[in-house]
Ligand binder design. Structure first.
Ligand code: SF4
Length: 406
């Protein structure tokens, strides 16, 4: 059974420059240095260390965390994400991990991931990451086509990406590569993504023995250059049929190479499924540290759960006296809300929601009794099987499954 220990996410909101499609909370280097000075990385990591220490102190005093939450002690996954965490000097990452080990009991076999981008990694960084106990790298490659990389506004080209992949594999066995599908063209400047771009990416995955791949569809988010281009009619989308074909191509090629699809956008060789990400889809708790990070924790009063977020502001994080002053409750989930969310997130996994975890989380409750009507309908429509796994049709129409639990 999948573990239900909480996971821990640390947000590093710095990037060399903003990509054209990105609406994550992150700031380009020059914007950062102009606003906060050269010492911004040091100041930010010091703030993260204070945040971790505050959580430890609060738990040690027997007090509740923000919004009446219970601050967990034992965790078995850490995800240092961003932004571009690999932009930080590696000694700051080591300090951060030391502080995390003081603040939490991190299981000896914990999965500890750091997100990296080509153009920001070096051999020395990788050696230091290993020494610090990091055992998984997630690299934002996105494409191996220079024209698409330019369109996306990435800082690297395909040569740099391939060098980074090889370098990463020299030091790390457990490596994920992120790719993007459904990339449009900019009329008169670049062509939309083609199947050969996808073939090339998957060849590189297999040739380099990469055990985990994420393939996300490009989404046009408001406030990005991509959004503006779409509004102005400057984009040439991939042909709809071709876009669907590219999804099948990704699945077929990866399946043929031995990768199992375990979530809508995620593929892994056996045993390399991401423990941290599985927590999000299995209803586990998580602690979020850093500007903009989100936490999902049990309320001390019983069965409710709280989702709260840290303010998206590096300045406020650096200046925070108490971190509770820069947090906001996003959601208070009662048992019914949480059961529905468990189902929605669980159906992102190909195996569907886990009955045993459900029963454990909800005092012996039975999924079939609680959601009999919805499950019956989804089965009759051929979207899920008797064992709750997604069928091929269910994978194609996953949104219909999710909406059954809203
Ligand atoms: S590197 Fe990642 S987080 Fe940074 S701007 Fe690009 S997509 Fe966003």
């Amino acid at each position: 059974m999948e573990t239900l220990l909480p996971g821990l996410y640390v947000h590093i909101p710095f990037c060399v420059k903003k990509c054209n499609y990105c609406d994550f909370y992150s700031l380009g280097i020059s914007e950062c240095v102009n606003a906060f000075g050269e010492g911004v990385y040091r100041d930010y990591v010091d703030a993260l260390k204070r945040e971790i220490a505050e959580l430890r102190q609060c738990r040690g005093n027997g007090a509740c965390g923000f919004g009446g939450t219970v601050i967990p002690e034992k965790i078995d996954s850490v995800y240092i994400g961003g932004g571009t965490p690999s932009i930080l000097p590696p000694d700051l990452i080591c300090e951060l991990l030391d502080e995390l080990r003081d603040g939490f009991v991190i299981a000896p076999d914990a999965e500890i991931t750091i997100e990296c981008n080509p153009g920001t990694l070096s051999e020395n960084k990788l050696i230091d990451y290993k020494k610090a106990g990091i055992n998984r790298l997630s690299i934002g490659v996105q494409s191996l086509n220079d024209s698409l990389l330019g369109f996306l506004g990435r800082i690297h080209d395909s040569k740099k990406a391939l060098e980074t992949i090889k370098l990463a594999r020299t030091y790390f066995d457990n490596v994920n590569l992120d790719f993007i599908s459904g990339v449009p063209g900019l009329i008169g400047k670049s062509r939309p993504q083609s199947l050969s771009d996808i073939e090339r990416a998957i060849d590189a995955v297999a040739e380099n023995g990469i055990p985990h791949v994420s393939y996300y569809s490009l989404i046009t988010e408001e406030g990005t250059p991509l959004y503006d281009w779409r509004e102005k009619g400057l984009l040439e989308d991939m042909d709809e049929g071709l876009e669907r074909e590219s999804y099948y191509l990704i699945k077929r090629r990866l399946n043929d190479a031995g990768y199992g699809q375990y979530e809508i956008s995620n593929f892994a060789l056996p045993g390399y499924e991401s423990r941290h990400n599985l927590k999000y889809w299995s209803g586990a708790e998580y602690v979020g540290i850093g500007a903009g990070a989100v936490s999902f924790l049990r309320h001390h009063g019983g069965e409710k759960y709280v989702r709260y977020s840290n303010r998206k502001s590096v300045a406020d994080h650096i200046d925070a006296g108490s971190f509770n002053d820069i947090r906001t409750v996003e959601e208070l989930l009662d048992v019914i809300d949480r059961k529905k969310e468990f189902m929605m997130l669980g159906f992102r996994k190909l195996t569907g929601p886990d009955r045993e975890i459900y029963s454990k989380l909800f005092n012996g409750a039975d999924i079939e009794l609680d959601f009999g009507t919805e499950l019956q309908r989804l089965r009759s429509e051929g979207l899920i099987g008797n064992d709750l796994s997604l069928t091929a049709k269910g994978l194609d129409f996953a949104n219909e499954i999710f909406t059954a639990f809203i």
